[in-house]
Design a protein around this ligand. Sequence first.
Ligand code: SF4
Length: 592
Amino acid sequence: MDLTQYRRRATTEVRIGGVVIGGGRPVAVQSMTNTDTNDTEASAAQVVRIARAGGRIVRLTAQGPREAENLRHIARRVRELGCDAALVADIHFLPEAAAVAAQYADKVRINPGNYRNDRGQFAALVELCRARGAAIRIGVNHGSLSKRVFDRWGDTPQGMVVSAMEYLRECRRLGFDQVVVSMKSSNTRVMVAAYRLLAETMEAEGMHYPIHLGVTEAGNGLEGRVKSAVGIGALLADGIGDTIRVSLTEAPENEIPVAQLLADHFRSREGRFEVRRPERYSPTEYRRRSTVQTPLVHREFPAGFRELEALSANPTAELRAAILDLDDREPVAVCRRYEDASAETVAVKAAADLGLLFLDGLADGIRIVAPRLAEAEIERIELAILQAARARMSRTEYIACPGCGRTLYDLERTLERIEARTSHLRNLRIGVMGCIVNGPGEMADADYGYVGAASGRITLYKGREIVERNIPQEEALDRLVALIKANGDWREPEEGPDAVAPAKSEDRTAGGSAGGDVPAAAPAAERSAAGVCDSAANSAGAVVPLSAGGAVSGRSVPSRPPAPAERGARTSETGAGRSAEAPAKETTSTEG
Ligand code: SF4
């Protein structure tokens, strides 16, 4: 991993049907059907819709030999419809299903956590795939590690990597290189650490298999997009990733434009930014840089809060280098301007550019400058990024699966109904999962769970414990609300405009700081008293371009972003202030 510049990890090429990934090719986007794989027409039609949206790789669940066998008919129908998308079979438990699917699919995905391999079934699968020219994905999920791995490593990034490496080494031993690997989690911090650790471990063993990126159970709407963009974007910024899937609890074809936007956003990231203190950075271990416990959105910045604005084509590396250069633990906010008119586009780009700085514990505040968006939209995006990066919770988080052939109810509508009743709650995670086979493991992070148990039946969870089993779906939402109330986690919705919530910093998983609320609506003096920032250098809110070397002068600096012409000039003069070509010491401007 190169901290100073954008450089893609070198990978071997893997062919998946008519699509080749790796080897420096553009990042391929993909999705997964949520139809019943036994329903040939519906599945083929959905594959075609995904392909027409731009997804050239489409996965279908093959939970048993019957579904795997039907891939034959789906593949034929897809080709009849004139679609050449690569088809991938998703196997959960049964080696028998994998063996059938390998006859028809272009790639077979197995989860080492629940794939039985007690009689050499994996080696047999490799031979089947080799014979047909099909690929394999070793798809590790944070929520479903094997008991053997879990008992030794827990559900940690290390455990995930151990799980994958066991199968990757087997592939190498068998001389099979058409392998892709993934490390998914709904917890972005765990997910990013696991992928980085995987890349490091593979590098140490001379393995260059392509990597498939994804955040599981990201939910829907703007928040779901931001969550995926934070996790996937952080890794793409590191140069990791050859194919991506954005999981949304929506129609699968909706995932493609978001994934393509992410892939395009990282197509070129020019600029070199010298990191003089690399020892201050650890890519696989969360470290909070300052003492600020709750990162702020721009409306909350106290007077004199130091801000660094990225002006280059690689804002992530530029900001990271600049923050690591700061001498002390002074709080620092990061800023970036976007000219797009679409809130979704700004959200995805900003989450991809800035999320990593919160995932890694480096930044303390966020300012998105988006002249074509309303102030409320910008604040919603800033809060969503902080939440997705697990830096600050300001609304209920839904760990909602995207659905697949196992789904037992209408996930999209149900999630909307659950959101309508519970989205005003704060600091809660609610799992909304389509099936009981994988749902409980995948939502292990949730405070409450709503899980499909059978057709028309729901099982409710409190944490990892079942509290109501197989209840009728018509009653399930009321009973979920009653459960939340009974546990003291309910509050009534507030009247009037939805003010920004006092938020809790979030760090239940990766060992960072906790608590430390900062009343968002509090006056600046009050926030300073809370120890967020005590600098009074600039009451106007200084936006300090990185070219200024991060030195906030006593001079009042307007908080407005620079006009494009100014930015262009400043970038060319000094925008590489952290770069080898134009060291920061040569610049003095504090122009914002
Ligand atoms: S939790 Fe169940 S329904 Fe949801 S995507 Fe996973 S396997 Fe499919």
